[in-house]
Design a protein around this ligand. Structure first.
Ligand code: GAF
Length: 392
């Protein structure tokens, strides 16, 4: 059963009544445009078929009571909290994500009278595929629904506003200094398309993406190497970019043109130069990828993906051995391109592979991991799927 059905059934079993509604939101892969979002740049994600569902029922006592369905089908219950008492640092572990969303919505004046929430998910966790944002977006939409608000309809916040609220939950409540890529992807992506998002303006264009038409597939390789954005070097990279922009006298690194790159990097301390080089060239690669997709030349995207990985590995330094081995094994077996996706330091890689070579690439990656004694990777192909929405 899909997460929506499982969440609804578990809610009914737990509370003896049907939920008021069920909302779900997908995880994502980012085709290209990594570590550009907090530099006001360009990203190109698509939604995974994997989703997190939130079944909700109204309460009137101001309490938020959340449970999540384990793989064994047994609900794990978080300590119920009074929404009025929520404050950053007050909730830890997985329960901080739904609590952070309620805290952010409360801060925006959304009237919350309390809620029972049952979560169910098939988004791989800790895989850099945005499971936390899928959870937060599903909870945000479900709580908004209880307050009589449906994003993008008359009198309700837009999906972009909800993305910013979810970002606040993540940054200020959970304590992970992430950008806008993941929430926006989860909320705005559409099936059969990648979302070309200009993070500065919020302008998004749905670009058709049908790899199967060219007998290609996007293979997702979950390295199962640990990935934690709040504890990793993510914040260091982000601060480095902000410092570089300040020294260059621009609002964000987005404002450095590729032709100005040599002169700009000359003006910076040694350690900031590779960060700027990555961000500026990555934005260019997103634009080149979009141009190739618009022209129907999907195969041209392969080398751009690989160049992105090289830049993330050598300049931005957010890759790791497991990601590099996956990318190298895929490329050596004939993938058109491959790269890490998401924040890095573990998590997942993607490879653009001809369908005739899929088995060989999967085998090569699995063998390369076994030879190095790494935990076996999880592999699946993914097509752009629907963004967040109501389940029933
Ligand atoms: C993580 C963050 F959450 C995103 O905001 C983004 O910065 C990404 O890493 C890197 O592109 O997924």
């Amino acid at each position: 059963m899909r997460p929506g059905g499982r969440a609804a059934a578990a809610f009914a079993a737990e509370h003896g009544r049907a939920p008021d509604s069920v909302w779900s939101a997908p995880g994502r892969v980012n085709l290209i445009g990594e570590h550009t979002d907090y530099n006001d740049g360009f990203v190109l994600p698509f939604a995974l078929p994997h989703r997190t569902a939130a079944a909700v029922g109204r309460r009137t006592d101001g309490v938020l009571a959340v449970a999540t369905l384990g793989e064994d089908g047994v609900p794990r219950r978080a300590e119920p909290v009074r929404i009025a008492d929520l404050a950053p640092g007050g909730v830890s572990g997985w329960a901080a994500y739904p609590a952070g969303v309620a805290w952010a919505l409360r801060g925006e004046g959304v009237p919350l009278t309390g809620a029972d929430v049952m979560l169910a998910s098939d988004v791989p966790t800790g895989a850099g595929l945005s499971s936390s944002h899928a959870l937060e977006c599903a909870v945000a939409l479900a709580l908004l629904d209880l307050a009589g608000l449906t994003p993008d309809s008359e009198g309700s916040p837009s999906r972009d506003e909800v993305a910013r609220w979810v970002q606040r939950a993540e940054n200020d409540f959970v304590g992970a200094p992430t950008g806008l890529l993941d929430q926006t992807a989860s909320l705005r992506c559409a099936s059969e398309h990648v979302l070309f998002l200009d993070v500065r303006s919020g302008h998004g264009e749905q670009v058709p993406f049908d790899a199967a038409r060219d007998e290609l597939a996007v293979l997702v390789i979950d390295t199962r190497a640990s990935h934690s954005l709040s504890e990793s070097g993510y914040g260091d990279r982000r601060r480095g970019c902000e410092r570089a922009a300040e020294l260059l006298g621009v609002p964000a690194l987005r404002d450095v043109g590729v032709e100005e790159l040599p002169a700009a990097t000359d003006r910076l301390p040694e350690e900031l130069r590779p960060l700027v080089r990555h961000v500026v060239t990555e934005n260019e690669r997103v634009l080149a990828t979009v141009a190739a997709l618009r022209a129907g030349r999907l195969a041209e995207v392969g080398p751009l993906l690989t160049a992105s990985h090289t830049s993330l590995r050598d300049d931005y330094r957010v890759s790791c051995e497991e990601l590099d081995v996956a990318v190298e094994a895929a490329l050596n077996t004939g993938a058109l391109g491959a790269r890490m996706t998401g924040g890095g330091f573990g998590g997942s890689a993607i490879a653009l592979v001809s369908t005739s070579k899929l088995d060989a690439v999967e085998h090569a990656v699995t063998e390369a991991y076994a030879a190095r004694g790494f935990t076996a990777p999880r592999l699946f192909t993914a097509v752009p799927s629907a963004g967040a929405g109501r389940e029933d």
